[in-house]
Design a protein around this ligand. Structure first.
Ligand SMILES: Cc1ncc(COP(=O)(O)O)c(C=O)c1O
Ligand SMILES: N[C@@H](CCCC[NH3+])C(=O)O
Length: 417
């Protein structure tokens, strides 16, 4: 069941017509489905059932506080990468004791803030960071729970910009050095070594790289065990892909089943997941209106009111996301292959290329799979106010972030005296 579906030639988000949302709140806008967020979260918790687990939703995918609140109410934990994301989790009513803190550049201020909120664990990405966490925790008289994020040097077979588990990537500590780093962690004050972590990349469509990384990490766990170091949790990161096009990533249940099979001898090792995209991507669409059609000898352009500042993924990663008509026409309008382009003054400003569409100026389009890394990667480039975010829940639609005002574009800026 897709909560974005057609009824009487009209696209609906749950029980609300997307055209009505666009009419009331304007375009471009992001429209999310609460039920989809809930279903995707439960896909992970159901899949992990039978093994101790915690699903820490990766806040970076979609950090709207209504989204975080929906997940917090289901008992989710959160994977954060900044003080700002932790502040959002707190604002959304999330339980900070279920927060894991990833990222290569945690500042002392961020570490102190996270300690004050008693987070579950720091996923440590370098020896220098380990020492800093120890120092800060010692200074504020707290114990920091830590896990080493290892870099297993596994090719995730994904776009190079979102691959994170190769030697040449900046993330994690080389798994070959991990044993020594654990020894160091034991020797440093104010640290409690609780886990191990890896995250090898995003939009993985195959379970094999996860399992290859897991094998390496289980070997490390064994090595640590024989040295008397017993870990409480294993964090396998996020990264599970979604079907944007014809990809066939494993369902969370198939993925978790294979992971659980590997953990058969570790019934007490808590399994932590950090999914972002798999929960959020297909829980949202970006709705945009066609301003102009511009046929040229070479191309048909559909010029829409959403640009790369609203949705960066196609420009940044040449990512493909489906673009569909909100009200498909059956009035004989010809179908052409359109480049769907935005208003931003960049040649790379497009939502999709060569899309067969039967459209007229003024029509509404929806870009699918826009719930993850859509609004969170948006900007004010070209002084464009960021789009509104709306969440549908059954037959209700709520504004969960208002469209930015013009004044907000220069808020905090100052003229010289
Ligand atoms: C450490 C970490 N955890 C989790 C995620 C979430 O990844 P995804 O959205 O692919 O599930 C990311 C982003 O790639 C990440 O860097
Ligand atoms: N921003 C990326 C995912 C990056 C994940 C963060 N490590 C995307 O849109 O696909």
């Amino acid at each position: 069941m897709d909560f974005f579906h057609y009824k009487d030639q009209q696209l609906f988000a749950e029980e609300v017509a997307v055209a009505d949302i666009a009419k009331q709140y304007g375009t471009p806008c992001y429209v999310y489905s609460r039920k989809t967020f809930e279903r995707h979260y439960h896909a992970f918790t159901d899949a992990a059932d039978g093994h101790p687990h915690l699903v820490c939703y990766a806040v970076k995918a979609n950090s709207n506080i209504a989204v975080l609140n929906v997940l917090a109410k289901l008992g989710a934990g959160f994977d954060i990468v900044s003080k700002g994301e932790l502040a959002r989790v707190i604002e959304a009513g999330g339980d900070t004791c279920k927060v894991v803190f990833s990222g290569v550049a945690k500042t002392s201020d961020e570490i102190e803030f996270a300690l004050a909120h008693n987070i579950k664990c720091f996923n440590v990405e370098s020896v220098a960071e380990l020492k800093r966490i120890s120092q800060v925790a010692h200074r504020v008289n707290k114990t920091a729970r830590i896990s080493i994020r290892v870099n297993p040097d596994i090719d995730a077979n994904t776009h190079p910009y979102i691959s994170t588990g190769l030697k040449e990537n900046k993330f994690g500590i080389d798994i070959k050095q991990a044993f020594d780093v654990y020894q160091l962690a034991y020797a440093l004050p104010a640290l409690d070594v609780v886990g191990v972590d890896f995250h090898i990349g995003s939009q993985l469509t195959d379970v094999e790289p996860f399992l290859a990384a897991l094998d390496k990490v289980l070997a490390l766990i064994e090595q640590l065990k024989s040295a008397g170091i017993e870990l409480h949790h294993l964090d396998i990161g996020g990264g599970l892909g979604v079907p944007y096009d014809s990809e066939k990533p494993p369902h969370p249940s198939a993925y978790a089943a294979e992971v659980k099979a590997k953990l058969i001898n570790y019934p007490h090792l808590e399994l932590v997941f950090e999914p972002g995209r798999a929960i959020a991507a297909n829980a949202g669409i970006l709705v945009t209106q066609i301003e102009y059609l511009k046929p040229s000898q070479e191309k048909h352009f559909a010029i829409v009111d959403a640009g790369m500042n609203d949705m960066l993924r196609p420009s940044l990663y040449q990512a493909w996301q489906n673009i569909i008509a909100v009200a498909p026409r059956d009035d004989g309008t010809p179908t052409h292959n359109y480049d769907v382009v935005g208003p931003v003054c960049e040649t790379g400003d497009f939502l999709g290329k060569d899309r067969p569409l039967a459209i007229q100026a003024g029509d509404l389009l929806a870009q699918r799979s826009a719930g993850a890394y859509g609004f969170t990667m948006s900007s004010n480039y070209n002084s464009r106010p960021r789009a509104a975010e709306l969440m549908v829940d059954g037959d209700q639609c709520y504004v969960v972030r208002q469209r930015e005002t013009l004044q907000s574009l220069w808020q905090g800026e100052q003229l010289l005296p």
